[in-house]
Design a protein around this ligand. Structure first.
Ligand SMILES: [Fe+2]
Length: 500
């Protein structure tokens, strides 16, 4: 495939910053880079969020002033791809026009296939194979297929942990992990059910979409919307251990930037840091291609004698994008008290309840903690949202359990009483409150959802890495009863009891 290399010849401080990143002491601004991506990323992008975008691989391929000329430039075919209804509000309109060598309609008839049986999107309470977890779960690192073993590609390496709802009622969410050791070969996948938010944890991915290429490496995410065909290749040079990461699949909603309110125009995930692919036609692949689609949790295959990535130009608002989580501009208290974690929201996906997001995607990385006269770690809490945490990199522990490791995960159902299991929680009551760095050398993502998840057999039985259920009980036994030993409080209690 032909790839454009952007910013050739640019010299900057990336080399030293990359060395720092290898030891995980990294923040985007340390790089002082003149390009918007890390050095391994060979692709060129368009920036912004929710914009009207356009791109052409060769000059003159994009029609001007109309969408569908009688004959498109160079004999290309115009094809619309929508992600919203035709008459959706302008704010929610999601549609693009693609100009391609052959329409996507050119393929064999679809045949039903079994597909990946550990990859599911059906979470109805009547399904007895699903498990309700009323408290907590924790998984050690999910296993990546050995490179010396059978080949497992991206679509074969998806394992569903849990979710809520169903794609056919256009409401709900699924949490998956991916772990694979080889590239998809002449194969494309399209999820008709919902959008994929993919967050890389191990290995580098070269993702080809109908809109062009996206490079994804650990601590970067991308969103590929429903219906868009894509291929995932593993970048061997940077993936000696294979590839692993997390997928959040959403139905009936879309990922948006959170409102900034009094923060003003900037902060958190800035819109200019979201990067969209540029048009790039596949002119090198040969042979037959297989297109796998997932619709209503069923799998179908069709075949064609040419690459599905034959788009020469496109324009519209329905376009995949990527984001580097190390660019996140953290905001927090500079006076007193621990700010609610929503201040770390990167993207939010609304539900039909305006006050309860289907999912908030949060990030926790290196930042300063300066609040004075304050218990700085998260307070004990019983939130209505369910919480799913995953460590992208960093030392073991520091989350909800002592086995919280990169490549693993933990989950707390809504209203599960908990705090922070880190030893710092106890020490924080007596520590000297100097400005201090927190989250150094680590990056953790958290998904907060208004839904109570139901979990698959794979998640609670077959993954081989389930560490514990009900992990917090012993930890909280260590919390002392200070009130019961406070002499003045006890004296006042006795006096009040006598007065009654
Ligand atoms: Fe929590």
């Amino acid at each position: 495939m032909c790839m454009m290399r952007a910013y050739n010849g640019v010299t900057d401080n990336f080399a030293s910053a990359t060395r720092e990143f290898n030891t995980r002491k990294f923040h985007w601004t340390d790089a002082k880079s003149k390009k918007p991506t890390r050095p391994e990323d060979p692709h060129q992008y368009l920036s912004g969020f929710g914009n009207e975008l356009e791109s052409e691989f060769i000059a003159g391929a994009l029609p001007i002033g109309q969408n569908s000329p009688q004959i498109c430039p160079y004999g290309l075919y115009a094809e619309q791809l929508t992600g919203s209804s035709f008459a959706a509000s302008r704010a929610n309109m999601a549609r693009s026009f693609l100009y391609r060598r052959r329409p996507a309609a050119v393929h064999t008839s679809l045949e039903r296939i079994e597909g990946n049986t550990t990859f599911t999107a059906s979470f109805l309470p009547s399904d007895d194979s699903l498990h309700v977890v009323p408290s907590q779960l924790s998984w050690r690192a999910f296993q990546i297929p050995d490179k010396s073993g059978p080949e497992v590609d991206f679509t074969q390496g998806i394992r569903t942990l849990g979710g809520s709802g169903h794609p056919n009622i256009r409401e709900g969410i699924a949490y998956h992990i991916y772990a694979f050791n080889s590239s998809m070969k002449n194969k494309a996948f399209a999820n008709i059910d919902g959008d994929f938010l993919i967050c890389a944890q191990e290995g580098h991915l070269n993702i080809t979409t109908e809109f062009g290429h996206m490079y994804l490496q650990p601590s970067e995410l991308c969103v590929i919307q429903r219906g868009i065909r894509f291929n995932v290749a593993i970048v061997e040079e940077h993936s000696p251990n294979g590839a692993r990461g997390y997928i959040i699949e959403t139905w009936g909603t879309k990922w948006e930037l959170p409102e900034l309110g009094p923060l003003g125009g900037y902060g958190l995930a800035n819109s200019r840091d979201f990067l969209h692919p540029t048009a790039s036609i596949d002119t090198t692949s040969t042979g037959s291609w297989t297109i796998i689609t997932k619709q209503v949790d069923k799998y179908y295959a069709s075949y064609q004698d040419h690459s599905p990535f034959d788009v020469v130009a496109w324009h519209g608002t329905f376009v995949p994008y990527k984001y580097d989580l190390t660019k996140f501009a953290y905001q927090n208290s500079v006076a007193v008290d621990h700010t609610d974690p929503s201040i770390n929201t990167v993207l939010t996906a609304k539900s039909r309840d305006p006050d309860a997001p289907l999912c908030d995607f949060l990030v926790f990385g290196p930042r300063w903690d300066v609040a004075e006269n304050t218990f700085r770690p998260p307070y004990f809490h019983r939130n209505c949202a369910s919480e799913f945490l995953a460590k992208i990199y960093g030392p073991t522990g520091g989350g909800r359990s002592e086995v919280f490791v990169p490549g693993g995960a933990s989950y707390e159902a809504g209203h599960t009483p908990h705090g922070n299991a880190d030893q710092r929680t106890m020490g924080a009551m007596h520590m000297e409150l100097k400005p201090m760095r927190v989250g150094e050398n680590s990056l953790t993502i958290m998904l907060e959802s208004c839904r109570s998840l139901m979990f698959t057999n794979w998640a609670v039985k077959d993954s081989g890495v389930l560490a514990a259920e009900d992990i917090p009980l012993a930890a909280w036994d260590l919390v002392p009863d200070r009130f019961g030993k406070d002499e003045e409080a006890q004296k006042l209690l006795r006096a009040r009891s006598c007065a009654m």
